[in-house]
Design a protein around this ligand. Structure first.
Ligand SMILES: [Zn+2]
Length: 176
């Protein structure tokens, strides 16, 4: 097993009996793709924090990694730094639709592969595209990124943050 990146999070567990009640699945949130709009609304209301972090937190909802989180927020047109608990109902509805369509597209792509590809081979609109032109028709922005030690947040400023460049005071020393 190999893992890209410096953080060691991958692992293999051998469990006896029903895996859902045991580590490492114990405490995992519900599967992102099977959430109803009401489920998603209550999860977000219970998680005051940046939406990018909440979506990646496997305890809030499971199944969205760094790449899918970037793609979902772009698709929904939401700022990665928006407070999850303060999203309006129209924003939550967009997010709900985007989670379903982006996860489904990712699964479809996986099914075309002979073996499990690395995320860099997967098609993306914002993930790993910092500095490249936005693929939205008519959008002439370059994809922007906020860089953290273990991951990067990618977004289109025109589509997601009303043109604003995001920066993080707590991590600005990691920014290029
Ligand atoms: Zn754009």
């Amino acid at each position: 097993m190999t893992e890209a990146g410096t953080e060691r999070k991958e692992g293999i567990w051998a469990v006896d009996g029903d895996p859902l009640g045991q580590e490492p699945l114990l405490g995992l949130g519900p599967e992102a793709t099977s959430l109803s709009l009401d489920d998603l609304t209550s999860i977000l209301a219970a998680h005051s924090g940046r939406i990018h972090g909440v979506l990646r937190s496997q305890k809030a909802l499971s199944g969205l990694g760094r790449m899918l989180t970037n793609e979902v927020l772009f698709d929904a047109g939401l700022s990665p730094f928006a407070n999850a608990a303060k999203l309006g109902s129209d924003e939550i509805a967009r997010l709900h639709a985007s989670i379903a369509s982006i996860a489904e597209a990712a699964l479809e792509h996986e099914r075309t592969l002979d073996d499990i590809g690395s995320s860099s081979d997967r098609p993306s609109k914002v993930h790993n595209r910092a500095g490249m032109p936005c693929l939205d028709e008519g959008c002439h922005q370059k994809i922007a990124a906020v860089e953290y030690r273990a991951y990067k947040v990618f977004y289109c400023p025109a589509r997601q943050t009303a043109g604003k460049q995001l920066a993080d005071n707590t991590t600005s020393k990691f920014l290029r």
